[in-house]
Write a protein that binds this ligand. Structure first.
Ligand code: FES
Length: 143
């Protein structure tokens, strides 16, 4: 069996949503200190919906494919849905990643969460740990 799925290879060779958004509503960056790879996510938000998203990734092929897929998954989605995106969902949408490459998809989850937190901060909405705040007595721990 091939190490990488067709979908991973497609998103690696033809990444979607690469670039920078001028005057973004939120920016998030995540890095992996072990491999040194860095991912940056830019968001445009209108009425709590992500209307545009772009990424810059200085990293491995799996990180590029993960960024590409993650941006596709949150484009046009309500902010709260995007906040709930997990690296597991990104990996599944990619048709899987080898175990030693799973951490690459974590970068996408982290960078998106940080970009959304940045958006909330710019809006003056308190953010603590990315909790949704929906549950009674929410501590905002995100767990
Ligand atoms: Fe660093 Fe993939 S090896 S993100």
């Amino acid at each position: 069996m091939a190490l990488y799925s067709e979908t991973v290879m497609d998103h690696f060779r033809h990444p979607r949503n690469v670039g920078v958004i001028e005057n973004p509503d939120g920016v998030g960056e995540a890095g992996n200190p072990v491999c040194g790879d860095i991912m940056k996510i830019y968001l445009k938000v209108e009425d709590e919906v992500i209307t545009d998203v772009k990424f810059e990734t200085f990293g491995c092929g799996s990180a590029i494919a993960s960024s590409s897929m993650a941006t596709e998954l949150i484009r046009g989605k309500p902010i709260r849905e995007a906040l709930a995106l997990t690296n597991k969902a990104v990996t599944e949408a990619l048709g899987g990643l080898p175990a030693h490459k799973l951490h690459c998809s974590v970068l996408a989850e982290e960078a998106i969460r940080k970009a959304i937190e940045d958006y909330y901060r710019r809006q003056g909405i308190p953010v603590e740990g990315g909790g949704c705040g929906d549950c009674a007595g929410c501590c905002g721990c995100g767990g």
